[in-house]
Structures are given as C-alpha cells and as structure tokens.
Design a protein around this ligand. Structure first.
Ligand code: 13P
Length: 253
C-alpha cells in the first residue's frame, strides 16, 4: 500500500511574515489528519522559520529547487547539503524551472542524483506541454523526461514523481481524473520496465495542475494517483486542509 501524499508548492509567494502566518493558520488542524503525508514547500528564505514552527508535528518540509554541487563558488545557489540540514523533500524539474530557467534533462538528472546522495527525497516533476498533448505525444514526452531525469540512477529509494501536465498548471483547467490516472499508470509501467515491478508498485506518483478542494476527490478516487502537488490552493489554509482531509478520508475507505 502506498501512503498518499499532499504537497503544497508555494512557488514564489509569501514573505517570511506571511509564511509564518499561513503555517500558524493550518498547523494545528493539519497535524491531526492521518493516513496521508503532508508536505509544505515554502520559499528558501522561510524554510528555517517554518521548520521551527512545525517541529514535533506530523507536517513535513520541502524546498522548491536546489543546485547540484555540494558547495563552492556558485553565487546565489543553494546546495543539497544545506537543504538536507533543513528539510526532507525537494521539488526538482518543475516545468516552471524547465521553461523560465532553462533546466535541461541533464541538469535535472544531476539534481536528482545530488539530492538522493545526501538523503533528500526528490519530488521529480514531469509533464507534457499543451501542443505536445494535442499532438498525441504525451507518452513519448513523459517517457523521455523520465529516462533523462533518471539516467544512471539505480535506486529510486525516497524518490517521488509528480505528473504535472504543463497545460493544467495555474490555468484552472485540471486534467480529468481519468486522464491523470492513465498517464500516471503509463509512468508506473515505464518505471516497471526500467527498474522492476516491485519498485514501480512502491513508487508514489502524484498529480499536479489546478488541484482544488472541489476536484480533489476526482483524483484521489483513481487507483494510480497517490496524491497531489498543489500550487495555488496550497496558499489558502482552509483549502489546503480540505484537500488533505478529503485525501485521508477517500484513501481510508
Ligand atoms: P497550480 O495548483 O497552481 O495549478 O500549480 C500546480 C503546480 O505547479 C504545483 O507544483
């Protein structure tokens, strides 16, 4: 049985003060929901303070990005070693990083390797763009992204995958439960072929892209979907709580 996970990607939102406020708004209730892993991913500058606020609770912490070198003259970058000291998860290869910061498959592969090396759990994001989807190239695109991101990686221990179709991110146009389930099933099959069946069956694969309190149930009822990577809706305490609660209830059935 795969434990579901709901991760909130706050993206480039919240000052330190706002991050504190948001955590304080949801911490207590979020902590009481079980049967689901709850992860919040605030901006780098708030990681340390949020870590203190959630200490002793069941809420876990993640970063949104990192560089692949351990240390050195890379002005402005954050290393895996620094993050391993602060949090448990790190989002890698988000489509916004691929699109606006030119992250290639090769860079993403180095980041995944570097994260795993220091014991950080990567949440690896993959997903096709609208024109690729329209051209019927979803399978080809996600398979290619997977094989480049996971090149030279033998153990997927700790890895989580998030299937985030680019056309669904921040658009209010989520995939349907069936669409997401089909593609995630396909991702699992690819992992099964590349590694083995057991690894694929144990791997958690999340859906991301316009997940809200209204459509959560549709995704969580699907057998292949192990949770969600939530953007906009994770910035509203009540909505994030509702997504987490619904996931817990549906999966407990
Ligand atoms: P939205 O939930 O805002 O569409 O963002 C999804 C996402 O990119 C999470 O990483």
């Amino acid at each position: 049985m795969r434990l579901p996970m709901i991760a909130g990607n706050w993206k480039m939102n919240t000052t330190v003060g706002e991050a504190v406020e948001l955590v304080n708004e949801m911490r207590k209730e979020l902590d009481t929901v079980d049967g689901v892993d709850k992860v919040i991913c605030p901006p780098f500058v708030s990681l340390a303070v949020v870590r203190e606020l959630i200490k002793g609770s069941s809420i876990m912490l993640g970063a949104q990005n990192m560089y692949f070198e351990e240390k050195g003259a890379y002005t402005g970058e954050i290393s895996p070693v620094m993050l391993a000291d602060l949090c448990e998860f790190v989002i890698i290869g988000h489509s916004e990083r691929r699109q606006y910061f030119n992250e290639t498959g090769e860079i993403i592969n180095k980041k995944v390797q570097a994260a795993l090396k220091v014991g950080l759990k990567p949440i690896l994001c993959i997903g096709e763009r609208l024109e690729e989807n329209k051209a019927g190239r979803t399978k080809e695109v996600v398979t290619k992204q997977l094989s480049s991101a996971l090149a030279k990686i033998d153990s997927l221990n700790g890895l989580i995958i998030a299937y985030e179709p680019v056309w669904a991110i921040g658009t209010g146009r989520a995939a349907t439960g069936k669409q997401a389930n089909d593609t995630i099933g396909l991702i699992r099959q690819t992992i099964s072929q590349k590694y083995d069946k057991k690894i694929a069956q144990n791997l958690r694969i999340l859906y991301g892209g316009s997940v809200t309190a209204e459509n959560t149930a549709e995704f969580m009822q699907q057998p292949e979907i192990d949770g969600a990577l939530v953007g906009g809706a994770s910035l509203k305490a009540n909505e994030f709580l509702s997504i987490v609660r619904q996931t817990s209830e549906i999966r407990a059935r």
